[in-house]
Design a protein around this ligand. Structure first.
Ligand SMILES: [Zn+2]
Length: 57
C-alpha cells in the first residue's frame, strides 16, 4: 500500500502486513513515519521525527 509522504508528496510504501506502530520511510526524501493501522484497515502516517526516539521496548 502506498501512502502519500507528508514531506515531499512522494509515495511511502507500507507493507501489507505492517503492524500498527511500524516505522516506514519515504524512499524519496528519507522522512520516517510511524504507520498507524486503523480498525478498518486504513493507514495513517505519523511523523516519527516528532515522536523522537522514545520507541524503547
Ligand atoms: Zn518524502
Amino acid at each position: 500500500m502506498l501512502v502519500e509522504c507528508q514531506q515531499c508528496g512522494g509515495e511511502v510504501a507500507v507493507p501489507s502486513d505492517a503492524i500498527s506502530g511500524e516505522i516506514v520511510s519515504c524512499k524519496d526524501c528519507g522522512s520516517e513515519y510511524e504507520a498507524v493501522i486503523g480498525s478498518q484497515g486504513t493507514i495513517e502516517l505519523k511523523s516519527a521525527e516528532k515522536v523522537g526516539e522514545d520507541w524503547g521496548e
